[in-house]
Design a protein around this ligand. Structure first.
Ligand code: HEC
Ligand code: CU
Length: 373
């Protein structure tokens, strides 16, 4: 006698659409929470101390939202289907679920949707990576060398290294050249979201722009010996004046305080070359309005629309040198009344300018203005 075929279970089941709506609502609530909560700040108390921390956190948020959606739907449907199509007491002992093979529609979508997701993640992260590599203006370059068990920092023009405490000025693009003097260490600043291994014989570059003044730990994450756990440094993001004071103190400790600058000994040609090296990332030699990061400097001394410097001072050699020495961050007072702040002009220490450099740059800037009618 032919055995009666066991009934096959198939279809979406009675509650599929209500469950889908429920999962969508749940997904939306969790996604909303992820988006509105600055996760690192809230749970780990890690502020975004420097660009690109914000970009990296945005990428993390995106990954969390996508990951959460996959989790909610996959787990939700597994639970739903295992309840509606469970084996019931009334089912014959040989009852089996429907066997699905070759469903082109399904296969198409489960290829297309993940492909799109992975592509968006790739585009998002490659763009951040490229920004990191191509950040304009390596204004301040510091070498950082790992040792058992401390971090050494070498600053331009500073003869002695400093250890375990690095100071950098806010708003100034910084390039760190990271390597090691002995074994493999790592240089991780959680508040900047960047990390590089410190490998003997290999110099790796780390670029970021400090944004929030504060003191942030630098952590070694490669087991580098018995006192690895004690290997913690601090990155101080200082205001421009504080950074100036700090580095001036280092110079003083080396017995190399800077004497007075003789401005009339400046050489415009030497200044021009220096400008290409240290200033052109942020300044054009066009008019004031031709902005890169800072204003154009081509008409500094004879621009009727901007009779004064941003500091409100007159564009004399003396007053231009004040901007180069102290840096400037404040309201734009160039038209006699205050306008919005333009950005941060790094001070001489951040730009690595000697007295002679300042004299040469001032001579060059003034020569630019004189060429115009
Ligand atoms: C990180 C970018 C950056 C670098 C590098 C930089 N500057 Fe500036 N500079 C600025 C910004 C931004 C301002 C405007 C500051 C403000 O108004 O608050 C400025 C302002 C100035 C001013 C005043 C302009 C005016 O019209 O009053 C001078 C002069 C100047 N910079 C010269 C230089 C020289 C010379 C160098 C190279 C040694 C240099 N800057 C390097 C960003 C930079
Ligand atoms: Cu270490």
């Amino acid at each position: 006698m032919a055995q009666q075929a066991a009934p096959q279970k198939q279809g979406l089941g009675p509650g599929f659409w209500p469950v889908t709506i429920g999962l969508t609502v749940l997904n939306a609530i969790i996604s909303w929470y992820i988006v509105v909560t600055p996760i690192f700040d809230t749970y780990l108390h890690l502020s975004e101390a420097a660009a690109p921390a914000g970009d990296i956190d945005a990428l993390f948020t995106y990954l969390s939202v996508v990951g959460n959606a996959i989790f909610v739907y996959v787990v939700g449907y597994i639970i739903y289907f295992s309840i509606v199509w469970r084996r019931r007491a009334s089912d014959p002992p040989d009852a089996i679920g429907i066997q699905v093979h070759d469903n082109p529609k399904l296969e198409l979508w489960w290829t297309i949707i993940p492909a799109i997701l992975v592509l968006t993640v790739a585009i998002f992260s490659v763009r951040i990576w490229m920004n990191l590599q191509n950040q304009i203006g390596d204004v301040l370059t510091i070498e950082s060398i790992g040792h058992q068990f401390k971090y050494e920092f070498r600053y331009p023009r500073l003869k002695k290294s400093v250890y375990d405490e690095a100071h950098i000025p806010v708003g100034t693009p910084v390039t760190l050249q990271v390597t090691s003097g002995d074994v493999i260490h790592s240089f991780w600043v959680p508040a900047v979201r960047l990390k590089a291994d410190m490998v003997p014989g290999l110099v790796q570059t780390m670029r970021f722009t400090p944004e929030r003044i504060g003191k942030y730990p630098i952590v070694c994450t490669e087991f580098c010996g018995t006192k690895h756990g004690n290997m913690v440094g601090y990155l101080y993001i200082d205001s421009q004046p504080d950074f100036g004071h700090w580095i001036a103190a280092q110079f003083k400790a080396e017995g190399r305080g800077d004497g007075p600058i003789s401005l009339n000994s400046g050489q415009a040609a030497a200044g021009q070359q220096l400008f290409g090296e240290k200033c052109s990332a942020c300044h054009s030699v066009g008019p004031f309005t031709q902005k890169i990061v800072g204003p154009g400097l081509g008409n500094l001394a004879n621009d009727p629309d901007h009779p004064n410097l941003v500091t409100g001072e007159k564009p004399t050699a003396e007053d231009i040198s004040h901007v180069l020495i102290g840096g400037y961050q404040g309201l734009d007072n160039s038209q006699g009344k205050s306008g919005p702040s333009i950005g941060v002009m790094p001070n001489r220490q951040a730009n690595g300018l000697s007295n002679a450099d300042i004299a040469n740059l001032v001579a060059y800037l003034l020569s630019l203005s004189q060429k115009k009618p």
